[in-house]
Ligand binder design. Structure first.
Ligand code: SF4
Length: 284
C-alpha cells in the first residue's frame, strides 16, 4: 500500500475548508490509493449495523433527501481541482485517482436517488476528456437491494460505464450474518442477490475476516469451510474476492469483542480460496 500522497492531503484540506457534504477524498487500502467517495447518507443511516463499521453515530433509519445540484457542484469542483493539479505536475489522472466510489456512511443503494446520482456521475465524466477521468467508478455495497429492478437497472448503467461492484459477504451461515452484519437475512437470499448483482455488472466479493471473543474463546468469522462452500457455486459469476482484516477501529463494537486476524490466518483463507480457483486479493 503506497503512503498517502501530498495530492490526497491537499484535497482533503480543501474538502474540509469547503465543508463538502457528499464528496470526500479517502486514501483507500483496497483501491490502493486516492479514491473520491460519494456519500448518499451524511445522516449516518444504514439498513445494516456491521460490528466492524467505522461510521461514528451509525443508526438505522431512512435515507435523507440528497441535493443533487449540490452533489454535482462538489464533484465538479473536486474533479476540476484534481485536473488542475495533475496537469501542473504532468501526472496522469487515472494513475493518481483510483476511482469514484459510492460508499459513505450508509448503504448507497437504499437511497432512492442512487440511480440519479449515478447518472450524474456518468454525465460529468462523459463531459470530461478520457485522459481526465479516474480509473473507474465503483459501487461498494452490502448487496441488500440487489433484488430490486431499480437497482439492477442502475447496475447495468454502471457496467456500461466500465464500472464494478464490491459486494459485501462476511458470513458463511445465517448466525454469522446476524452476528457480524446484524442482518436478519438468510444467507441463501444474500447469495441470490450476489448472483443477480454479478449478472448485471462486474462484481467482486469483499469479505472482512475477524476474530470475535465469545465466552473467553476467539472465534474466526466467517468460518472458512462454510464460507468457501457458500461461494463455490458463484465462482464463475464473480471477478474474485477482496479479503481483508480489520484495519481501523470499529465505532460499533462497544464491548471490544473483535480483533484483527493475524496475517497468517488471512493467508490461510486466501490459499484455501485460491486452491478452489478463486482470484483473491489480500489486504492485511
Ligand atoms: S453496510 Fe457498510 S455502512 Fe452499513 S453498517 Fe455495514 S459497514 Fe457500516
Amino acid at each position: 500500500m503506497p503512503l498517502p500522497s501530498s495530492l490526497f492531503e491537499a484535497l482533503q484540506r480543501m474538502a474540509a475548508q469547503q465543508a463538502w457534504q457528499y464528496v470526500y477524498p479517502v486514501w483507500s487500502r483496497r483501491a490502493q490509493g486516492l479514491s473520491i467517495g460519494i456519500n448518499l447518507h451524511p445522516n449516518q443511516c444504514c439498513n445494516w449495523h456491521c460490528i466492524y463499521c467505522q461510521v461514528p453515530g451509525l443508526h438505522r433509519g431512512p435515507s435523507p433527501v440528497i441535493d443533487l445540484d449540490h452533489l454535482q457542484e462538489e464533484l465538479s469542483a473536486c474533479l476540476h481541482w484534481l485536473r488542475q493539479h495533475l496537469h501542473a505536475a504532468k501526472r496522469i489522472f487515472s494513475e493518481d485517482v483510483q476511482d469514484i466510489a459510492f460508499a459513505g456512511d450508509g448503504e448507497p443503494t437504499t437511497s432512492p436517488q442512487f440511480p440519479e446520482a449515478l447518472a450524474l456521475v456518468e454525465r460529468l465524466l462523459s463531459q470530461t476528456s478520457p485522459t481526465d477521468r479516474p480509473a473507474r467508478v465503483r459501487l461498494i455495497t452490502n448487496g441488500s437491494q440487489m433484488h430490486l429492478t431499480t437497482t439492477q437497472q442502475a447496475l447495468k448503467v454502471l457496467q456500461q460505464m466500465g464500472g464494478e461492484v464490491w459486494f459485501k459477504l462476511d458470513a458463511g451461515n445465517d448466525p454469522e450474518m446476524l452476528a457480524v452484519n446484524d442482518a436478519r437475512l438468510p444467507l441463501s437470499l444474500h447469495l441470490q442477490r450476489l448472483q443477480a448483482c454479478s449478472m448485471a455488472c462486474r462484481t467482486w466479493v469483499q469479505t472482512a475476516v475477524m476474530q470475535r471473543r465469545i465466552a473467553d474463546q476467539l472465534v474466526t468469522t466467517p468460518a472458512l469451510a462454510g464460507y468457501v462452500q457458500a461461494l463455490l457455486p458463484l465462482k464463475e459469476n464473480i471477478e474474485g474476492i477482496l479479503l481483508y482484516g480489520i484495519a481501523r477501529p470499529s465505532q460499533q463494537d462497544t464491548l471490544a469483542s473483535i480483533q484483527a486476524p493475524d496475517i497468517r490466518l488471512l493467508q490461510q483463507y486466501a490459499q484455501a480460496l485460491r486452491t478452489q480457483g478463486f482470484n483473491v486479493r489480500l489486504f492485511a
